[in-house]
Ligand binder design. Sequence first.
Ligand SMILES: Cc1cc2nc3c(=O)[nH]c(=O)nc-3n(C[C@H](O)[C@H](O)[C@H](O)COP(=O)(O)OP(=O)(O)OC[C@H]3O[C@@H](n4cnc5c(N)ncnc54)[C@H](O)[C@@H]3O)c2cc1C
Ligand SMILES: *[C@@H]1O[C@H](CO)[C@@H](O)[C@H](O)[C@H]1NC(C)=O
Ligand SMILES: *[C@@H]1O[C@H](CO)[C@@H](O)[C@H](O)[C@H]1NC(C)=O
Ligand SMILES: *[C@@H]1O[C@H](CO)[C@@H](O)[C@H](O)[C@H]1NC(C)=O
Length: 587
Amino acid sequence: MGLLSHFILGLVVAVLVAYFMSIKKNGGSSVVSDIKKEYDYIIVGGGSAGAVLASRLSEKDDVTILLLEAGGEETENPLYHVPAGCFVLQKTEADWGYYTEPQKFSHFGLKGNRSYWPRGKVLGGTSILNCMVYNRGSRYDYDNWASQGCTGWAYDDVLSYFLKSEDILIPTLKDSKFHNTGGYLGVSHARVTPFVDYYLKAAKELGFKIVDYNGEEFEGFGETQFTIRNGERSSTSKAFLRPVMHRQNLQVSSHSSVVKVIIEKQVAVGVEMVRGGRKYQIYASKEVILSAGAIGSPQILMLSGIGPKPHLDELGIPVIADLPVGENLQDHLMFGVTTGINITGSFTENAVSSWWTYVQYFLFGTGYLSSSFLEVVAHVQTERDKEFKSAPDIQLFFLSGVPNKDLIGLRDDVKNETRSKLPDEGLHGIVGLLHPKSRGTIRLRSRNPFDPPIIDPNYLAEEDDVKTFIRGFRVMEKYLATKTMQKIGVTLDLLNFKLCGGHEFLSDVFVECLIRHNAVTMYHPTSTYKMGSPKDPSTVVDPQLRVKGIGKLRVVDASVMPDVTSGNTNAPTIMIAEKAADMILER
Ligand SMILES: Cc1cc2nc3c(=O)[nH]c(=O)nc-3n(C[C@H](O)[C@H](O)[C@H](O)COP(=O)(O)OP(=O)(O)OC[C@H]3O[C@@H](n4cnc5c(N)ncnc54)[C@H](O)[C@@H]3O)c2cc1C
Ligand SMILES: *[C@@H]1O[C@H](CO)[C@@H](O)[C@H](O)[C@H]1NC(C)=O
Ligand SMILES: *[C@@H]1O[C@H](CO)[C@@H](O)[C@H](O)[C@H]1NC(C)=O
Ligand SMILES: *[C@@H]1O[C@H](CO)[C@@H](O)[C@H](O)[C@H]1NC(C)=O
């Protein structure tokens, strides 16, 4: 039996208790079956951004809001609240389950040269599937956005919105001016294994600083901060939406798929939605706001006639605004190094399925079920880059266990080779490419809104990306060779794959071969309707997130980022929604 099946067994028990915990905490509900003909605001998609937006807009009690979500409610499955669930929720009903197109420059070790792109399909969206790392990114990310024409989005402008959401639960950070208490979003450490001390000691050995990466200094190593409160996932539905579900001016409709925006004379007046096989037209007197995520929103925009003219022409969709929707797709790519170790305490089958683990979780909300095991994170600048000022180009993660390789869709022969070598106790060092130069696209497959779009991230098309990746790998290599890591028995032996055996072990070409075969998505697609100056032909939305040339239509989610941030994308997406709410209500 694999790690995955033990995990599921264990979680069955977790489910029961978590279930009672969640019933207790649910407030009233404004999930409705009867939808009115008109609202002031219609929000499409209740994910990381949409749930936050619905919560904030409904604070104003003289406006009415309808939130439409294609998936079900997050209260339906207690597993959605258990942090360790992040490894078992993919390919369930809460996941859209996309695949990329076969890649020309990467994914050679994956089935059909495609990677699997999970995306949340449930209230809370991808904040239900994610691994809960709380990471705002580098201040230079936002300063770069501002210098590209995103007026009002420099670091000093957005910091207050990060703070607004936050309820920091880490005692040593409570007094930091970079953190806040009392917000909706619980942020805590989730230290489970004894490895954290080793990770940080090895970092110091190499001369890295130990930092609060959401504070003054981003570069260096730090114990990971998670969107976890009392051992439960702080999804945006649970954190922001449930506490306000009783509001009379907020209605939520689940299992409701929006198929297009209704546009009259260049003004968005409502949406067309399908629920239970029936089509509805619902009108918005003030605004339609798309928060359907990096794949859903471009799809809806293009189906509504907003997109690149040649592509829409090809499909026979009348063009309402010729804008580069679906261009500029960016994603972080990651490559993992698995190694055995000779100390105990990692996230193993036995540890996860032991009775003590359940007792600990149910009674105290701690232990192996209360974490996603990415216990330490680092941000490293491998080469000073003028373009990005001082934003790091590489992220490292230290996962205190041996992950299940089935999740990434390896080719059978590669999977077999890996499997036969996997240790029980081990750790997994991840190298992530933060600022890819390669750009991909999202296009419609057809005019059918239920057809998944064509996703082509075009990973590693640019040679520079491979070079940066190799530099990142070298940092990991040095790190794993530190005295501290050697003392716990770390080796690079498992990397000796047959598939790259034609090259000298660990030479640059060997590492490039590994990366082009086995690097996979870090699940952070963004930037397909980038924000910026309306005069810039590469932008789709202005700094108020209004779609250019169309009245009363905004897009508020991860893909308005002109460039992906230097870290995980959930916290920045929540920040975008917080700021958008103030812009929409003109607060
Ligand atoms: C496996 C995984 C792990 C991750 N780990 C982390 C992490 O540790 N830390 C981190 O910061 N980030 C992480 N991320 C990324 C992060 O969660 C996302 O960037 C973020 O949630 C995106 O938010 P969003 O609001 O743009 O989209 P989403 O949260 O995906 O929301 C979009 C919502 O719109 C709905 N929708 C789509 N189409 C329609 C339609 N036509 N009609 C109605 N509703 C629709 C969807 O069902 C969904 O609920 C991870 C992602 C994945 C997949
Ligand atoms: C995958 O990539 C390999 C190496 O470039 C190529 O030989 C193979 O034909 C590709 N397969 C698919 C399905 O694209
Ligand atoms: C992989 O292993 C399985 C199970 O042992 C076996 O049936 C299959 O033929 C192997 N596939 C390849 C390509 O080696
Ligand atoms: C672990 O392995 C290293 C390297 O082989 C060795 O020096 C160390 O003593 C071992 N520690 C234990 C506890 O076995």
